[in-house]
Design a protein around this ligand. Structure first.
Ligand code: SF4
Length: 333
């Protein structure tokens, strides 16, 4: 499986007016293979959307490197080569805001074909085909976005992204603004397109249960860092990082209960003033004294997995969910 997209040491900063510089993404290494769906999860404010926007060039990177299809890409969109701009596309959370309400659907999709040098007359035929491919009628091209439901608008946004013939899609919470009835069908559409077109997709979501169903691998972010990454089913059945365990434990079951009776204490700390040592230590049920001082790097585990926790550094294996009771842990603060 060839590497399609790779971020190394990627950092993204923003400046609070009259306040400190905030590192919303702080030294992230991430890899996406061709034909793969990588889920990117974490609580609100963890930096996952910021990371996605930096990858497609909507935000500047403060440090690090992004490589796409084997070539380094400039961290700022306007300096990227046209082929790189077309090859990396983004689908946004809000299909109402991402489409121009004053332009016909067909015109907005045709923009992508024109960028790629397709003759204007040819764009009409291709736009109709693309609309059908995403589950809409070809004559939707002559209508305006307000004439469609939220799910249909997201299909239009997906068609618009596909018009540049991308090999990589960054989908930022692409179903969370949709009705429950549309969520599954749009998620299934994205999965089918990635498989059929042999693309890669980073699927950014706060919803672990959706990511569990569709992602081949999952990366977990906390306060601007990736704290665990690995094949989704392994990560789900035996999470290596206490934060991953807590996220999974909070996913409701069909009977209304969580998998484990674990709740994360407190809120996500202010990213302008991250905790010393392991950033998760103020909320970690397994924290040890060294966690306050030592900032654990992301280290490779067996089976294409990696985690950033002193427990793994000390050789403790990832354990099946349910085997470890945090309430009985040797947590010391
Ligand atoms: Fe918890 Fe320490 Fe691991 Fe951080 S390094 S997740 S505080 S056990």
């Amino acid at each position: 499986m060839s590497v399609l997209l790779e971020a190394t040491g990627l950092a993204v900063e923003y400046h609070r007016r009259g306040g400190p510089t905030v590192r919303a993404v702080d030294g992230v290494d991430l890899r996406l293979n061709r034909g793969e769906i990588l889920g990117l999860v974490g609580e609100s404010g963890c930096g996952k959307s910021t990371l996605g926007r930096a990858v497609v060039g909507l935000l500047p990177a403060a440090a690090g490197e992004i490589r796409f299809a084997g070539h380094p890409v400039a961290p700022l969109g306007r300096r990227r080569r046209p082929r790189q701009l077309r090859g990396l596309q983004m689908v946004f959370q809000d299909p109402y805001a991402s489409l121009n309400p004053r332009r016909r659907v067909g015109e907005q999709i045709a923009d992508g074909y024109l960028l790629g040098g397709v003759a204007r007359a040819e764009t009409v035929r291709r736009t109709g085909e693309l609309l059908e491919r995403v589950g809409l009628a070809a004559d939707a091209a002559s209508r305006y976005p307000h004439e469609f439901s939220g799910g249909q608008r997201q299909r239009i946004a997906i068609a618009r992204a596909l018009a540049t013939d991308p090999s990589c899609i960054i989908a930022d919470e692409p179903i969370s603004a949709l009705d429950a009835s549309a969520q599954a069908s749009v998620a299934n559409l994205l999965v089918a397109l990635v498989r059929e077109l042999d693309m890669g997709m980073v699927f950014i979501s706060h919803d672990l249960s959706v990511v569990r169903q569709i992602a081949d691998r999952t990366a977990v972010m906390y306060l601007g860092r990736v704290v665990e990454v690995g094949p989704t089913q392994q990560l789900w059945s035996a999470p290596a990082h206490p934060y991953t365990r807590a996220l999974i434990a909070a996913v409701p079951r069909a009977d209304g209960a969580g998998v484990l009776p674990v709740e994360l204490p407190g809120d996500v700390p202010d990213p302008a003033r991250p905790p010393t040592g392991c950033r998760f230590h103020p909320r970690c049920p397994l924290a040890r004294p060294e966690c306050v001082r030592h900032d654990p790097p992301l280290v490779a585990l067996s089976g294409d997995r990696a985690a950033a926790c002193v427990l793994q550094n000390a050789g403790e294996p990832a354990r099946p969910l349910g085997e470890l009771d945090p309430a009985a842990s040797p947590a010391q603060k």
